[in-house]
Ligand binder design. Sequence first.
Ligand code: FES
Length: 160
Amino acid sequence: MAGPAAASSSDTFDAAVVIEIAEGLRGLDGPLLPILHAVNDRLGHVDQRAVPLIADILNLSRAEVHGVVGFYHDFRRAPAGRHRVQVCRAEACQAMGGEALASRLEQVFGVPFGQTTVDGRVTLEAVYCLGNCALSPAAMIDGEPVGRATVARIVEGVAR
Ligand code: FES
């Protein structure tokens, strides 16, 4: 099994897109979050190299922009893997073995939550209630709900 490693963050970076988004939204009241969301949606993540571009356009320090990117779990800092595995870490799922499931998945895929396997196949993400508490522990694979999730079902789900 591969050791922990994040996928390269260079794949989808496009400075022109970042500048276009930031210039287009800079006039909003409180433009930083909408800009970061738009960059995350368009490019799949907020690359480290987007930070100085956005900071310059908004007349903020790089540290301020970087701090906001790091604070919100919504913003991905590297491209996602081909399969996105979201595992609920909220209370109902915790009570039904969700934490044991989560730590087994980290072992099986060789990466902690929030990272992508070195082959770019799987990204593990923690989420806090998928609205599927009755079928805890709950997970999602590429947007498809998995109730009463097990390691075997998740491994099978990303094998396709
Ligand atoms: S607590 Fe896990 S789906 Fe609601």
